[in-house]
Ligand binder design. Sequence first.
Ligand code: NIG
Ligand code: FE
Length: 389
Amino acid sequence: MTTTLITNIGSLVTNDPALGEGPLGLVRNAALVLEDEKVSWVGPATAAPAADQAVDAAGRAVIPGFVDSHSHLVFAGDRTAEFNARMSGQPYKAGGIRTTVAATRAASDAELSANVAKYMWEALRQGTTTFETKSGYGLTVEDEARALRIASEHTDEVTYLGAHIVSPDYADDPAAYVKLVTGEMLDACAPYARWVDVFCEKGAFDGDQARAILKAGMAKGLQARVHANQLTYGPGVQLAVELDAASADHCTHLTNADIDALAQGNTVATLLPGAEFSTRAEWPDARRLLDVGVTVALSTDCNPGSSFTSSMPFCIALAVRDMLMTPDEALWSATAGGAAALRRTDVGHLNVGARADLTILDAPSHVHLAYRPGVPMIAEVWRKGVRAV
Ligand code: NIG
Ligand code: FE
């Protein structure tokens, strides 16, 4: 057993209102003790117990590690030319996914695994300590199963997204592809995954297809999450609530009925501002969701097409500036909100018993994440009680 005291913390975000001010449970002049993989003590620095080793935070802020609940890291190649064309006026189309499917199929296991490791390390350096990632660029039984096997070697939060788009091999027979996704492909993929997801969108899967895909996954023991209402209005959000999905992701185009459904259900709305930024799309209305009490998560959606960023600080800055979230709301959504979107209670907060995942910021307050956008601010990252960065 090793204990570590982190002391002289100028402002500590615990996300436990019982421990400090407001929903962030902010404690000033704080300390915490890590014991093996967990937090064992939180309180004022003046009352901190002794420990095997001590870290002086020198008045800086400490926050829970970010929980990035939505990424697509098992891919090869990049889509620089597509991004360049888009920033020169071309619209974003879901069909760009096919470019990455071709590159991913052609890549070796070692290349794909190295890519996942590279982007997860990039995210960790920016304060992310819990990562979800998906398949969805294989779209054959073998390629989807290998994507999930590789993902599962890097994280426990793995999502089967065989229903990303209809495979180009089934362009003439989408029903046969849905049959494959809900049958043989699901059987091969389920052992490696915790979640099942579907891109419910015009040009991808409609509401009935999405319901069939999610229900088949749930019958195999996977839990649902949905790419919903990204490019257009549609049935995705209400389907997510109907099936008690953990999360409806994107939520860019919402009707009043979609917002009512989210407000009444248990499904988290996961907003992905990197996607709006990188596709020059309109911003989701975070205020409308927050003001009726919907739980909102923030995530990167890191993928080579619509959002090639692994930076949660960047997403926080966008959420504050362009989605009208307060800095406190954005920080909560990037930590506790992400944990809620993954139905996790062990991460996303820093109270006794929580996993010892935290970041020391090179700043006196978490507000600086939005106040000083684009400035490297992650001084140290601790994951499971061990310094990782
Ligand atoms: O979440 N919307 C569907 N999937 C991704 C985009 C994938 C891609 O363009 O490669 C997303 O934005
Ligand atoms: Fe996505």
